[in-house]
Unconditional design. Structure first.
Length: 307
């Protein structure tokens, strides 16, 4: 399968390297010249458990040079989703799988406004990665990835892509309950990203500090209430226990929003906690903690001219 990964950040580099290693014809597409040049010159260096490997991968900023692809996996920041999807029109035809594995909610719906909804695969992944520089990424370990359709009941495209990801070493599966899986991941992100990002906290300290620990739990309960209002059968205490286990397993790791704020970059707050607030308004669910987190992060962004 010929695959283009749109966005050569941490997650794009992790997926791109593993897919290339598995034998897929893989191209990383990114607008940043320094990233493209680094990957073209030296491939992607993946660090894990004290060791590293270097994987040759093609990278380019020129969409036209890629050619028609069998699958396009969007891994840009959510506020770039529409521009990224529009940019790859020349290399996508009716048979191309267009997939998103991005954070937050709403990305698949943007893709479905541009392409036939039947060719869109929406996904969610618990894989993590930390960018250590252009073409260098830390990949702490494997975690579950779920894929499902945006329109209709057919899992054919989702299963086709899941098979390719499994062959590349990922724990990937197709599911008709993809919306529930997305909300389960959203609960994790909403409760563990904004507050520690503003404080620069890693996962372990976040769990060990009593006030922050409690904030994580209460934020998660708010998001579960919204998910339940939307019809998703999600148990709050199961999610909280999962979050605790996940964070303590990667004590030194820092979430994507922590990395964004530390680097002075715009965050994905609008598609994470902001998306939750919008959904809560539609269903009359009170979410004061999530509203506060959105206000704090948007305030931080405005002070730096990022809003």
């Amino acid at each position: 399968m010929k695959i283009v990964i749109v966005g050569a950040g941490a997650m794009g580099s992790v997926f791109g390297a593993c897919l290339a290693e598995s034998g897929c014809e893989t191209v990383l597409l990114d607008v940043r010249a320094d990233v493209v040049q680094a990957i073209e010159a030296s491939g992607i260096t993946v660090r894990r458990d004290g060791s590293e490997r270097r994987v040759p991968v093609r990278a380019t900023a020129d969409v036209a040079s890629v050619g028609q692809v069998d699958a396009a996996i969007i891994l840009v920041k959510s506020f770039h989703t529409r521009a990224a999807a529009e940019s790859i029109r020349p290399i996508v035809d009716f048979s191309t799988i267009v997939a998103t594995l991005q954070n937050g909610i709403g990305n698949a719906q943007i893709l479905a406004e541009i392409y036939d909804p039947r060719q869109i695969v929406q996904g969610v992944t618990a894989e993590s990665g930390t960018s250590l520089g252009p073409g260098v990424v830390d990949h702490p370990g494997n975690a579950a990835t779920y894929l499902g359709p945006v329109a209709g009941d057919s899992l054919a495209a989702s299963e086709r892509l899941a098979q390719v990801l499994r062959a590349a070493g990922f724990d990937a599966q197709a599911t008709p309950a993809i919306e529930t899986e997305i909300w389960k991941k959203l609960i994790v992100g909403a409760s563990t990203l904004p507050a520690p990002a503003l404080l620069g906290m890693a996962c372990g300290p976040l769990m060990r500090q009593p006030h922050m620990h409690q904030l994580v739990n209460e934020t998660a309960r708010e998001v579960v209430a919204v998910a339940q209002a939307l019809g998703h059968a999600i148990d709050a205490e199961e999610r909280i226990a999962y979050i605790h286990e996940l964070l303590m397993a990667v004590e030194d790791a820092k979430g994507s929003m922590v990395q964004d704020i530390a680097a002075g970059r715009r965050t994905e707050i609008d598609m994470i906690n902001g998306g939750i607030v919008s959904a809560a308004e539609a269903y009359g669910v009170p979410v004061p903690i999530n509203r506060t987190l959105v206000a704090l992060v948007k305030g931080w962004e405005s002070l730096r001219g990022l809003g």
